[in-house]
Design a protein around this ligand. Sequence first.
Ligand SMILES: C[S@@+](CC[C@H](N)C(=O)[O-])C[C@H]1O[C@@H](n2cnc3c(N)ncnc32)[C@H](O)[C@@H]1O
Length: 272
Amino acid sequence: MNVNGVEVIRVAPDWLALREPADAVARSRDLAAALERSLPVGGTRVIHDLGGGTGSMGRWLAPLLSGPQHWVVHDRDEDLLALAAADPPPPGVVTLEARLMDLARIEADDLAGADLITASALLDVLTATEVERLVSVCVAVGCPVLWTLSVVGEVAIVPADPLDRRVAAAFDAHQRRATDRGPLLGPDAVDLAVAAFRRHGAETVVRPSAWRLGPGEADLAAEWFEGWVGAAFEQDPMLAAEAGDYVRRRLAEARAGGLTVSVGHADLLVLP
Ligand SMILES: C[S@@+](CC[C@H](N)C(=O)[O-])C[C@H]1O[C@@H](n2cnc3c(N)ncnc32)[C@H](O)[C@@H]1O
């Protein structure tokens, strides 16, 4: 989709719903615990979730943090924000506000008073300029930052197939593709964010947060596989022409729960 001449990648709510349980298992609980220990005690904690989509991050993290919390979910997609508002973390201790926001334009003032800034599955769909800007804004606000589930370009499918590596390489190239906003970061996002925080004198702690999909997650594995090969073929049409049998066979295996899929991600915590 193109908005004001800029390519906007819309994310399907069904996809976010399908991946939410695997995301919840994969995110680092160690980092969440370290974060909880660092947050101020007493009062309502104000948490800003960047690119929050349907609010999955809050549903996972809010129960792991103590005390009352006010979540502000920022996204440029109104439809996803409506779903976030309709399904907030447990009411009573948590309130939620949905805010329409293009992160390319966010300012420190928009996050003033934040006790925590989160994001999930966001960094890899941004450009270097956008992530560097977000880092500067977060450093100016001066609160902890927890950015989870950025892809790191490590995919392993068991049993393996000789074509897996070519598809993975084409997928990574697609993740780094040029857009109107500049090249996307894809698997380079975490390293770039760590370096940007370091330039500001802030140290990051990074933990792996891979999906490990087995027979119990066959629906997600099959949907992920379709998206994975689809992106790879868009990047490398020659590969698409050669891989018809591969796709049919692997998809049937995935749907039947016959594949174990590991998709590498990383979580990043900054405690100022
Ligand atoms: C892969 S989804 C992840 C959603 C959610 N954080 C989760 O973990 O389920 C990425 C989200 O970032 C949002 N997004 C991407 N670029 C954005 C931008 N420049 N401004 C605001 N939102 C953006 C998308 O609309 C989408 O909701």
